[in-house]
Structure formats: C-alpha cells, structure tokens
Write a new protein. Structure first.
Length: 317
C-alpha cells in the first residue's frame, strides 16, 4: 500500500528511523511539503502522513486514491475532518506520546527562570566569578519553588503530569478545568475559577486545547489579575495568549515573567514583541520532541496504519 509522509523532517531529523512505518507499506518520505506541492506528492497515496501540512477539502477532492490520513500528532486541526468523513477517508491521530516530555519541559523552563543557569554560566565565562572576591556570587537571586502555588489551566494527561511534578517540588496545586475530576493524588488540590487561579498562583501553566471560544483568552484583563511576581508558562498552543498584551505586561512589570514554548505564528517574525520582552524565556516548540516521545509517536502511527489495513482502525477522530 502506497504511503506518503508529507513533512517527516521534524519527527525524524535523522535519529528516529521510519522503520516501523516502512514495515507496513511502500513509503515515500518528504522532509517538508509546501501547499502547492501537496497534491502532486499525494495523488498516488492510499495513506498520507501529516504533521503540519494542511489538508483542505479542495486538496482532498484531488486525491482519489486516498483512504487514510495518519496525523503524526495529537492535534488534528490541519485536516478538514468533515471533508474526509464525506469521502470515507479515515483520520487517525496519536493521542498520547509526549506527556512526560512536555511536563519535563515545563520544569526545564521554570528552573532556568528561577536559577538562571545560563546567565551564571555566561558570567563565569566573562570572568565575573574570578573577579568578585568571594567564593560564590550570583547575578540574579535564586528562588525556591517549595511553598509556592502552581496553577494548572486544563487538567488532561499533560496537566496532571505537570501538577505531579509541582507537588514533588513542594508546591500547592490550583486547578481550573472544564470538568472537575476526582483523581488520586490530588485530594489536596484546589479547584478554582479561571480568574481565581490567575489571581492566586505564583506560576500559571497552560495545558488546555485551543478552541474557537478560548483564542487569546489570556488577555490584558486576565494578566492584570496576576501577582507582579507571577510566571506564566505555555507549552500548549500559542493562540491561547494575546502576545502583544503579554509583552506589555512583561515590559511594564505587571507580571514577573513568562516561559513560552509555543507562539501564535511559528517561527515568529523578527520584530515579534516577545523576542525583546523582559524576563521572557522562549523555546522553539520543542517540549514534545524528546527522542523517546518521538519514538512513541512513530510506533503508534505505524500501529494506527497497521490497524487500518487490518480493517480495525484505532485512534480515529
């Protein structure tokens, strides 16, 4: 069966072979595909793999051989699911693969913010330690996490995994989610309104999906409710935040800082306001990319294809 991977460069930049997928069909891998290349590269495919390449109704109508779309991600907004359904095309995603990787990245950014490891290393390289006259020195005060309040917006798998790490650091967990859940280990957590979580937390970490109704919900009004020392973390979707309002809040010291792995437009323009904002740590949408997470993503994608070929599709959306 003809399988085409439209944008395989991220999932496998060279360290994560396509072997599991190659075992189930005749595979052609493109590292990246532009919109005007999509149809010509896909026209013979029975199965398409996409991560970020958009598959619209117009595109799908030009692919008569297509039977399945395997999204190499959890989010599947790049596919016109209704158009696929009307054509009888199965769409499958990978709902669980990067939970631990993303939760770990939240704390990688948070610990960098609290300890300024990079700044201290740079200061040593510049000779500041050697010339300070003391056996130790610091360029920024170091903050303990124990005793702080950690707010989680969205309490799915990743939100829960992140909250467990917060508890391990001795933090009090505050939660806002669409549905309150009784989950073992969180009996002492507080379930609060969105506004209350932002008002009371020392750190707020976003873990909710982006929908039509919550785009840029982290706006000037909500940011103004935060403590002036509070830190906002986003490893979910860039569109959840009004980025201009956040840049203003950082530069005016309305909040204490931000750690962001996602932005509305990726990569950002060279004049993006958050690139020069004060106390803002940015990483290039890498929270999900631990090798182990990408290996799980590859294997589950192959399993999705194998199940489809066997006539028992799984992880369909």
């Amino acid at each position: 069966m003809k399988i085409v991977v439209l944008d395989g460069g991220t999932l496998n930049p060279g360290d994560n072979p396509w072997t599991p997928v190659e075992e189930v069909g005749d595979v052609t891998v493109w590292a990246a595909t532009t919109a005007d290349q999509t149809v010509s590269r896909s026209v013979d495919a029975a199965i398409l793999l996409t991560n970020k390449v958009v598959l619209t109704r117009q595109t799908l109508d030009q692919l008569p051989n297509l039977k399945m779309i395997a999204v190499t991600a959890t989010g599947y907004n790049v596919v016109d699911v209704e158009a696929a359904k009307s054509r009888g095309i199965v769409v499958a995603n990978v709902p669980v693969y990067s939970t631990l990787s993303v939760a770990q990245h939240v704390f990688a950014m948070l610990l960098e913010f609290c300890h300024r490891i990079t700044d201290h290393g740079k200061a040593i390289a510049e000779g500041q330690w050697q010339s300070c006259g003391q056996f130790c020195f610091w360029v920024n005060p170091i903050e303990e996490l124990a005793g702080k309040k950690f707010g989680v917006i969205g309490f799915g798998r990743i939100g829960q995994a992140t909250a467990r790490l917060a508890q391990a650091f001795g933090m009090k967990v505050l939660i806002h989610s669409r549905t309150k859940k009784d989950i073992a280990g969180f009996e002492g957590a507080q379930w609060l309104s969105l506004e209350s979580v932002f008002e009371n937390s020392d750190i707020v970490s976003l873990h909710c999906p982006q929908t039509d109704t919550n785009a840029q919900f982290v706006n000037q009004t909500l940011l103004s409710r935060m403590k002036t020392t509070a830190i906002l973390i986003n490893t979910a979707r860039g569109g959840l935040i009004d980025e201009h309002a956040l840049a203003t809040a950082l530069n005016e010291h309305t909040i204490g800082g931000a750690c962001l792995d996602v932005l509305y437009t990726e990569p950002p323009a060279v004049d993006h306001p958050l690139l020069s904002a004060e106390r803002c740590i940015l990483t290039p949408h890498v929270a999900w990319t631990a090798l182990q997470a990408r290996q799980r993503l590859m294997q589950v994608t192959a399993d999705n294809i194998r199940s489809f070929i066997a006539g028992t599709p799984v992880n369909t959306v």
